[in-house]
Design a protein around this ligand. Sequence first.
Ligand code: AMP
Ligand code: ZN
Length: 484
Amino acid sequence: MAIKLFDTMSRSTRELRQRAPEIPFGMYCCGPTVYGPAHIGNFRTFLLQDVLRRALETDGINVRHVRNITDVDDKTIRRSQEEGKSLAEFTAVWTQKFHDDCDALNMLAPHFEPSAVAHIPLQIAMIESLVKRGHAYVAPDGSVYFRVASDPDYGKLARLDLGELRTQATNSNGDVNAADEYARDNVADFALWKARKPEDGPNFWQSPWGEGRPGWHIECSAMSTYYLGETFDLHGGGVDLCFPHHENEIAQATCACGHSESFAQHWFHSAHLMVDGAKMSKSLGNLYTLADLEAKGFSPMALRYVLISGHYRSQLNFTLKSLDDANSALEKIEKGASRLLAKAGITPEEFSQEISVNETTTAWGAFEPAWNALCDDLNTAGTLGKIFSALAELGKSELTKSEAAASVCGLAKILHALGLKIFIKKKSDAAGDNVPATVAKIAEDRWAAKAAKNWAEADRLRAELAKLGWKSLDRKDGYTLTKI
Ligand code: AMP
Ligand code: ZN
């Protein structure tokens, strides 16, 4: 079944496929601004993009995934100065932290991860093209602005009323609201290049218009088209990016190349994560990071489960209880999977190593409805529901070994498409980093053997641990390693 997805631009659900076999499916996702840890709301969006990519790849589509790193803006500059670090030193720390969190959440690394600072000349070239084509103008201070009135298509994505946009920007006296408006011809115009200010410190670059730095939006237009071509397949981000960021990206890219039909052909926006019923925000103090939740004993896999468990077009309310429920759900999948694996004669280790996923097989077995749900506008909630009903049915059925094997294959594929791993330890253990790798490996194997009710193997591995001077204290949802 082909994957269909809602497109914000056309407000319709459309099939996703490669334009030609030799052209990879180009997918650009707006990445993090690296001035602190990404919060779990950001990760809802990044994880849903990860699931979309995995689903496309499961469908046999060759995806080229690009996600940028925003490493220069007001916040990164200000915070680096507060910490007395260079911008590069400061953003490198938070980029690394972001990568660590992505790995922990089992996210596939994008094929390209360009940073704004590493692509300044590319952005300058696009601004030059906009100036040359009459879509941008240079203000007296050396800043460059995009002239919104020069683009008849501006506002198409967010379906804006441009007249309204102009009046909104003036107060009841008709005065322009924003402080630096004097530089712009029209309040809807936005900065492509920002002239150097004293508070930028050493963070400026040379340009045809003098020293300065790029505006907020230009990096995505320049880098997406550089890595994916003037026309590419899909662009993603949270709903908050629809306007103005994505609207401006479209205007910059299409006006710079002169083709109004180019740029992203499909727009994928995911709704926000809420916390205890309110929008997650720093001011409400309801913001969580992965580290906050790990400190409370929750695993990244439980968080992944929670963040992908709701449909991407609906807001999702996050509670700590939902993480407990996710642990129970993962355990339930593990139990059902163990029964199915036993019928198919496949070990949890083989399953975890995805030996059972033979790329040439199209077998979904009992998990076909789960896959169909994923293809139907990335209905992750429906997919999870279908996984549970398939496991329940399989538990009741008399299966031949080959029937069971087909369903094992289907289960492995659907869990892979969701990025969910089972038969892994779900809570971080207290002994942490001091556990030697060999001991940790034996403990993991023992936990997997236990989950598969392979008691003899579990006992053998317990004895091996003891020989090395370690014992495992088991809980319902994990274990802690201690020295004997
Ligand atoms: P930022 O680092 O602020 O540029 O955001 C990175 C990504 O996270 C963007 O795609 C945002 O739209 C998205 N995002 C921000 N807040 C939330 C939230 N509460 N829920 C879901 N996505 C979000
Ligand atoms: Zn962007």
